[in-house]
Design a protein around this ligand. Sequence first.
Ligand SMILES: Nc1ncnc2c1ncn2[C@@H]1O[C@H](COP(=O)(O)OP(=O)(O)O)[C@@H](O)[C@H]1O
Ligand SMILES: [Mg+2]
Length: 305
Amino acid sequence: MIDLHVVEATAKDAADVVDVIHAAFGARPPMNPPSTALQETVASVEQAVESGGGLLATVDGHAAGTMLFVEQDGWLHLRRVSVHPRHQHRGVATAMVGCAEEVAEVRGLDGVRLIGRVELPTTLAFWRRRGYLEAERNEPDVHFAKRLPVELAAPTADDMRELGVRLAGVLRAGDLVLLAGELGAGKTTLTQGIGAGLGIRGDVTSPTFVIARVHPSLDSGPALVHVDAYRLGGVLELDDLDLDASLDEAVTVVEWGEGLAEGLADDRLEVVLTRTVGADGDERWVRIVPVGRRWLDTPLRKFRS
Ligand SMILES: Nc1ncnc2c1ncn2[C@@H]1O[C@H](COP(=O)(O)OP(=O)(O)O)[C@@H](O)[C@H]1O
Ligand SMILES: [Mg+2]
């Protein structure tokens, strides 16, 4: 058993942080242009930690990993991501990434970004495995980004509808929204809000005989395709529904999407509705998970207010 800890770094940790950065970057193969990490000093790290914060990981009490944070445009940027060569392959980097994502969430940010180097394919694979998408490539730099889920309370049906209205504000033609949650969780109610936000014709209801309904826009916006997949067995094939609308020109909302419609599109919003019975009655939570490149340029931050 190793004793691995990750804490938020303070200015007092600057000497340890510099040691880890120098050890990690000093052990890399030579690169052109070289990283400026080796030029970091206790003073420069102190300043970086004081302005943006950072993490320090220890293994059995020894400084083993570090990263520095910069907040910009709603993103938490990770800099100088370092694991001391003596402490590699022990999950130090993975633990730090989990903590960094937590820091971003606590700070109300929408995602995490970092720049990797094309010469380090193992490192690039590490970020991809953790859900980081290549946002931009500027060789030798590879820019990675990951959007974070947003979780909100929706205590009443009106809150749920209002959340749908706000959600509609970031949706555009071609988008897919998957709503997962047990019967009565509020999926249709949320869809009603999305319909109201999009300005569509007709009421969104729980269809009894139809599986999918197309609600055209009242103006020039996208239509709403509302699919209730609850009664569909197996994997959903939207193509099989024979909809009188092109999904590229509509916003598609699928109730009971979990595990059914994931293969439909690489880009989607997965919305999980949960209802728990507490001492003060029902509690309803909505968790919105942005998936795919579509969401890299659309922050969900506005929902947090
Ligand atoms: N956030 C909420 N708080 C309280 N009641 C809600 C909420 N969302 C929906 N409801 C109510 O719960 C019932 C079921 O909602 P519905 O949207 O049909 O669920 P689902 O489509 O998930 O089966 C409705 O009477 C609705 O008004
Ligand atoms: Mg429903």
